[in-house]
Design a protein around this ligand. Sequence first.
Ligand SMILES: [Zn+2]
Length: 406
Amino acid sequence: MQPEELFGLALGINDPWHVSNIAFSKEQSRLDISIDFKRGATFPCPVCGDLVTAYDTVEKTWRHMNFFQYETYLTARTPRVKCPKEGCGVKLVAVPWARSGSGFTLLFEALAMALAREMPINIEAAHLGEHDTRIWRIVDYYVAEARTRADFSEVSRLGVDETSSKRGHNYITLFHDMDQKRLLFATEGKDHTTVKAFAEDLKLHNGDPEKITSACIDMSKAFIKGIREEIPNAEVTFDPFHVIQLMNNALGAVRTEEAKLFPELLKGSRYVFLKNPENLTEKQDKTLVKLSHYRLKTGRAYLIKLALQDVYFSPSRLEAEALLKGWYGWAIRSQIDPVRKVAKTIKEHWNGILAWFDSKLSNGYVEAVNGLIQAAKRRARGYKTTKNLINMAYLIAGKLDFALPT
Ligand SMILES: [Zn+2]
């Protein structure tokens, strides 16, 4: 067997194609494999599929996976066919080892996609000796292609949240299927139009916005408006984590203000008030007991926070509502401004807060995905474009089925 035949077998190249030449360059550490086709071979017309002979050829080169340390390229006279059928015209035929328009073989792309999940694209590009833009183009193609085949017809429970895309106030909004635990859609921005864009995309994937019965969001006006307009049958659940966070932020503000009045007393108490009593260290516990002997606003705000957390342990929506009413009365009469503000916010979002006791939807999973996306972003030292970040989000959480050779 000639080396050409051996390479043909290794590359899986079949009739009418064959390897016509192999050239090693030690200096350039490069392997060039030339591919040709038999004279008189016929190829399917890319438009109608009829078999036609070559009309002329165009030389094309594709980067392939390395053979050992040799950077490997495939070069072929690629035929153009001139189909006699009306409307077909002169067309470049498809080659079996690469997709149309790509400068890489399918196997190289499969490798690039496998590596994309393991390491930042810029690092991967350096390993492969390619510019990262070219690797991103591969990722972009396969993510978009896999998404065209994704089916969202069963989606009924939604989780929505934003995460930062760049430094400053740049965000992307992510829409998740809470049952399948997968990312359905991601888009730039965090205003109500992101929900409209999601609803459009859902319809493109056999989904139906009217079939969505619940949506878990934070208390942002934009998401509330977007859901009301675009997902009309969804009962909104406000993520409990965000509700408690509001109260924690208020408590922090109260403590900071009061620490200006009593710096010695409140010094080093920040973490004491962020924790629940059962999680305190012995020292923190002593601090809390000591502080409880003073009539501090911070102490009262802490108790109000614990009471709000307790509401979430209610066995039913009915009991939760009774507890929350009591809590609201206490908070609104507390004479502590940040706490009163939280009470008002909770009053305004009453039903969505209580909806949790029926839906039990929280954004824990959504926050975890945000954490993974942010970690990938940090490892990559940021992304040049928002599109890259969105593609990475799909790679991480989209559960996409990529059409790659194995
Ligand atoms: Zn044709």
